[in-house]
Write a protein that binds this ligand. Structure first.
Ligand code: MN
Length: 489
């Protein structure tokens, strides 16, 4: 995964203050970009202290056409009359963050005079800048705070990761092995709409073609991948042939994905013609390497999984395809149990996953598929679902708290994650169902709801957030109003 992105620092000013002030602004802006870059996940590159319409328009054109530029961050050290920003901002096609900060942390009691005020007037410069973005209805992130504070670095860094999620989305290619599971509604969607809005290229490849590539995989290739499995996982089965078969599937799928530049894939147990096992371990280990996956042909969740992985720590975070399976409804101990038939990404695991083989009754499995079995980690997380509302996309995000599963479930042959939905299990379920959230989600420990909100804003799609404060009544009203607003948009 190429993560060679950077962000551009564009500082607003004007000629009114004379060359000395402008030199100081430039020096300081360079220093700030350099210093902040030490604490940010991607470099912040100082570009210009813009004083004219042309300078702003030129830098925006350059940003739009530079594939390594994942967004611009603006700030006004001094006052920058905003009519000069209109032409540039109106043509901006990259994510945009307004950092409302100031060079000095404190007001210097003894030194402060009118010269100081003229140089350090971000408090009103940033308001003028904010007005024009509001007036232009620009989708943008506003972050206010001192540029050396840890909190500002964290928030700016999180926004950068969401912006990289935008860049990755715009070049996302999804490989569908076969179609969606028959008759299922929520895994359907308008592929033209997602390509227009999100940039995704979603196309299909025949399972027969995959089987052909599988048959060409050599024993040496399988041996090499077996060594990786043995190193990363505990082998808890004597059925080595089943593991080797999964290795063959993984190698073949990876070859096809890489040949087409696809970062995500889907398949369905209803279409495994010519395959002995549903890919379990194969899909799980591909997800561990950053590929997105969706079961039952769910290409939307496959692409979202890949995007959230990229937005997470080090470009491959703890985010995974997940499915709400069953509830524990004992009072005071109300939990969701999430799992899948086989395919849960080991990035969620607490401890070392085990490779096991078990019978799988669903689908056309001639042999018992090998899969990774483990318990999910405890900790705060989110679940995310992208649905097609007909004419627009809705992104639903729910805050959850994962717990160590409260029982061992020794006969459950798959990886499992247990969590408490916000605000509580039943209210959370009522909200989720009211919003139309799918049974498939991306569960993430290291992408935040704020980042998903940022991503949805940048992609210009509807965002619904279910939190500890949500109620079905408030949500119903919010959805009704949003439905009207999105129809007008
Ligand atoms: Mn499923």
């Amino acid at each position: 995964m190429n993560m060679n992105y950077n962000f551009w620092f564009v500082v607003g000013s004007q000629f009114l203050y004379g060359p000395e002030v402008l030199e100081t602004v430039e020096e300081r802006a360079k220093e700030m970009a350099q210093e902040m870059s030490k604490f940010l996940p991607f470099p912040l590159v100082y570009k210009v202290t813009a004083k004219t319409n042309k300078e702003i328009t030129d830098i925006v054109k350059e940003a739009n056409y530079d594939d390594t530029c994942a967004g611009i961050i603006t700030w006004c050290h001094t006052f920058s009359p905003s009519k000069m920003w209109i032409n540039g901002l109106a043509s901006l096609s990259k994510p945009y963050c307004h950092l409302a900060t100031q060079y000095n942390k404190e007001i210097p009691n003894d030194e402060i005079d009118m010269d100081f005020m003229n140089l350090n007037q971000a408090a009103h410069g940033d308001r003028e800048h904010g007005f024009i973005a509001a007036r232009l209805r620009m989708p943008r992130k506003v972050i206010a705070g001192y540029w050396q504070s840890e909190k500002v670095h964290k928030r700016l860094g999180d926004w950068m990761k969401a912006a990289v999620g935008v860049a990755v989305s715009k070049s996302m290619k999804v490989m569908r092995f076969g179609d969606n599971m028959r008759e299922v509604a929520v895994t359907e969607g308008d592929k033209v709409e997602v390509q227009t809005k999100l940039g995704w290229q979603v196309n299909t490849w025949a399972v027969g073609d995959l089987v052909k590539v599988m048959n060409e995989v050599t024993d040496a290739e399988i041996d090499a991948l077996m060594a990786v499995y043995t190193d990363k996982y505990d082998i808890a089965t004597e059925n080595t042939d089943a593991i080797r078969y999964q290795a063959r599937e993984e190698i073949a799928m990876k070859k096809m994905l890489d040949a087409e530049g696809c970062m995500a894939f889907s398949n369905t147990f209803q279409d495994l013609y010519g395959m002995e096992q549903l890919p379990g371990l194969a899909s799980q280990h591909l997800m561990a390497q950053g590929y997105g996956y969706g079961g039952e042909g769910d290409w939307k969740v496959a692409a979202m999984t890949a995007i959230l992985k990229v937005m997470g720590e080090n470009g491959n975070g703890a985010s995974a395809f997940m499915e709400d399976y069953t509830y524990h409804l004992a009072e005071g101990q109300e939990y969701s149990l999430g799992a899948h038939m086989l395919e849960v990404c080991p990035s969620l695991a607490e401890g070392k996953p085990r490779i096991e083989t078990h019978h799988l009754g669903i689908g056309m499995n001639e042999k018992d598929p090998a899969r990774l079995v483990f318990e999910g980690k405890a900790g705060e997380a989110i679940v995310v679902s992208l649905i097609d509302m007909g004419g627009r996309l809705r992104l639903i995000c729910q805050d959850i708290e994962c717990v160590k599963p409260i029982m061992p479930m020794p006969n459950l042959p798959v990886a499992r994650v247990m969590w408490k939905a916000m605000p509580d299990l039943t209210t959370g379920v009522e909200c989720w169902i009211t919003a139309g959230g799918a049974h498939h989600t991306v569960l993430s420990y290291d992408v935040s709801a704020e980042q998903m909100r940022d991503w949805a804003r940048m992609m210009d799609i509807e965002f619904v957030h279910i939190t500890k404060d949500s109620t079905p009544e408030k949500l119903e009203e919010e959805l009704f109003l949003k439905d009207l607003a999105w129809k007008l948009k």
